[in-house]
Write a protein that binds this ligand. Structure first.
Ligand SMILES: [Zn+2]
Ligand SMILES: [Zn+2]
Length: 169
């Protein structure tokens, strides 16, 4: 006997994915901790799957990104909708990558430590670090520059990052 959706009563087709009990964080979220956590309704007991929730009914339950608000899009292919704004924020770079790029540009000239000529790029790096790793990530990179290149370049970096996120330089 075909299962029926616990919310609308529609019969489960062979290719219909079952969303009963699925987590709102199930999916390829770049920042899973930003996704408001809930579980779709289910009636089956552990281990015995007797219920079915259809895709349309699953999609009536709105998934919210804590940073960008309600996510446009529906549950599909057995996953929750993904926040496209989070996707565009996620560059796939690590703090080490950002540090490397900055450290490469430090010169030994005390008049100019190398960051002002590429101010725009340095600001962009700051915004990307803030979006992905927050204030603590910016601090880590700034501290690493101070350790490897000294207080001068670190101070220059602090001033260029002024106003990005919580950063005040
Ligand atoms: Zn339904
Ligand atoms: Zn988001």
């Amino acid at each position: 006997m075909a299962k029926k959706c616990i919310e609308c009563g529609k019969k489960k087709g062979i290719f219909d994915y079952d969303y009963a009990g699925l987590s709102s964080r199930h999916g390829r979220h770049p920042f899973p901790e930003r996704i408001g956590l809930f579980y779709l309704p289910r009636i089956s007991k552990q281990g015995i799957k007797t219920d079915f929730l259809c895709r349309d009914c699953a999609s009536n339950h709105k998934v919210v990104c804590k940073k960008h608000g309600e996510i446009q899009g529906s549950f599909k292919f057995g996953s929750a909708p993904v926040c496209q704004k989070c996707v565009s924020e996620n560059t796939g770079k690590s703090l080490q990558d950002y540090y490397n790029e900055l450290a490469r540009n430090v010169s030994n000239n005390s008049e100019n430590w190398g960051f002002w000529p590429i101010e725009g790029r340095v600001k962009k790096i700051g915004r990307e670090i803030d979006a992905q790793f927050g204030f603590a990530g910016m601090q880590e990179v700034n501290n690493a520059i101070r350790s490897s290149n000294g207080a001068g370049p670190a101070r220059e970096l602090e001033r260029i990052w002024d106003g990005i996120g919580q950063w005040r330089g």
